[in-house]
Ligand binder design. Structure first.
Ligand code: NAD
Ligand code: MG
Length: 389
């Protein structure tokens, strides 16, 4: 084995985000195992520059073209190549300069670079769940064709993936996706009506990017995760159960055909699933805090309240009907979440925008990638119009 095949070269897409920065901590703690070949961000050029100076990648890409000159100048004394723009993000994903992409861009923007990584035969550690929600069938099909492993980073899916190690020939009866319930667990619609951005951004157990934090507060995150699980583990809708578990110690469970249930547990810390995805099949030592069950004392469980948190019900409908409906739902959700974050609409309005968009945009059952792009665009403009009204 030569030197380059031992050090895994990582293309870190979305390096300035919550997942991206934690991944860099994991990489920095394991310099003999990983090197950073590519760093990309949306528009946080300051952080991108300081990451580039620290990790000395081969290439950096800033999606916002207005930031190109600033990054280029800041890195002028290095041999780091600097690119900008959406196309560059896609083109770099197609280059043969890395071994594994960590797909941690948020939202639909992560889809095309991830597709290119798979086309390019590169392993993918997948945090960007929206990619599978939009085009999970095509993504998984391509991954099989190209023999590319897709290793989940999302903590629930990492848990299921870990439970499945050594179980290749044993079919799954069902999976139990745990949900913290978010900051508004137990609340009713009359309370949610007046919830503001700052309040919704306070998650009890996890510190994450703004979009996924809002998705966790509305339970849309769990809906997206049901669809993500459907594709990752090749399941039917009725094999996926959601269970509220406020302590977030059990990260999810798998039930096999003999009724045996395996769970993966630990303190809620994304560095663990990130590290596992990067180092799989190896487990590498770390000094993250350990779970002490004497301190946790009790683990509790309850049913999700889909009457109050209607986004989860909408996602279940999208999961069952399939076709382009998850893609439409995802687009409307992105528009609604960003409008809520800008204080343009209320907390419960997000659900109305999503529901009306799902009803309006044409349903297509058998779809191509082009059709997904079109459905995404159509849903975005319809949802944006609803917000402008
Ligand atoms: P974040 O908002 O903190 O970071 C997003 C990253 O994507 C940033 O680097 C940003 O610059 C980049 N980006 C945003 N828009 C872009 C665009 N249009 N083009 C190119 N780059 C763009 O988000 P996050 O919390 O790190 O989440 C990233 C992904 O991981 C999401 O899909 C999320 O659902 C998933 N995820 C996150 C967590 C978590 O704990 N944060 C847990 C599970 C899954
Ligand atoms: Mg999750």
């Amino acid at each position: 084995m030569n030197q380059t095949s031992r050090v895994k070269r990582i293309a870190l897409y979305g390096s300035t985000g919550s997942i991206g920065t934690q991944a860099l901590e994991v990489i920095a703690a394991n310099p003999a195992m990983f090197s950073v070949e590519v760093l990309t961000c949306g528009n946080n050029e300051e952080l991108l520059i300081s990451q580039a100076l620290q990790f000395n990648p081969n290439i950096v890409v800033v999606a916002d073209e207005k930031k190109f000159l600033k990054v280029k100048e800041a890195l002028a004394n290095t041999d780091i190549k600097v690119f900008a723009g959406e196309r560059a993000l896609e083109e770099v994903a197609s280059m043969d300069v890395y071994d594994m992409m960590l797909a941690s861009i948020v939202g639909y923007a992560g889809l095309k670079p991830t597709l290119n990584a798979i086309d390019n035969g590169k392993a993918v550690a997948l945090a960007n769940k929206e990619t599978l929600v939009v085009a999970g069938d095509l993504i998984m099909q391509k991954a099989v064709e190209k023999r590319v492993p897709i290793i989940p980073v999302d903590s629930e899916h990492s848990a299921i993936f870990q439970c499945l190690v050594g179980e290749v020939r044993n079919p799954i009866e069902k999976i139990i996706l745990t949900a913290s319930g978010g900051p508004f667990l137990g609340k009713k619609p009359n309370y949610l009506l007046n919830v503001k951005r700052e309040h919704a951004l306070q998650h009890p157990n996890w510190s994450m990017g703004a979009k996924i934090t809002i998705d966790s507060a509305t339970l849309m995150n769990k809906g997206l995760e049901m669809i993500e699980a459907r594709w990752l583990f090749n399941l039917q809708a009725d094999q996926i159960e959601v269970l509220v578990h406020p302590q977030s110690i059990i990260h999810s469970m798998v039930q096999f055909q003999d009724g045996s249930i395996k769970a993966q547990m630990g303190l809620p810390d994304m560095k663990l699933p990130i590290q596992y995805a990067l180092s799989f099949p190896q487990r590498i030592p770390n000094d993250l805090p350990r779970c002490d069950f004497k301190k946790v004392k009790s683990l509790s469980f309850e049913e999700p309240d889909i009457k109050t948190f209607r986004n989860l019900g909408l996602a279940m409908e999208a999961l069952e009907k399939g076709g382009n409906l998850p893609c439409i739902m995802n687009a409307a959700n992105e528009i609604a979440v960003y409008a809520f974050l800008k204080n343009r609409i209320g907390f419960l309005d997000m659900t109305d925008v999503i529901e009306r968009t799902m009803q309006k945009v044409k349903f297509i059952n058998k779809r191509t990638l082009e059709e997904y792009y079109e459905s995404d665009g159509e849903a975005r403009s319809f949802a944006a119009d609803l917000i402008r009204l």
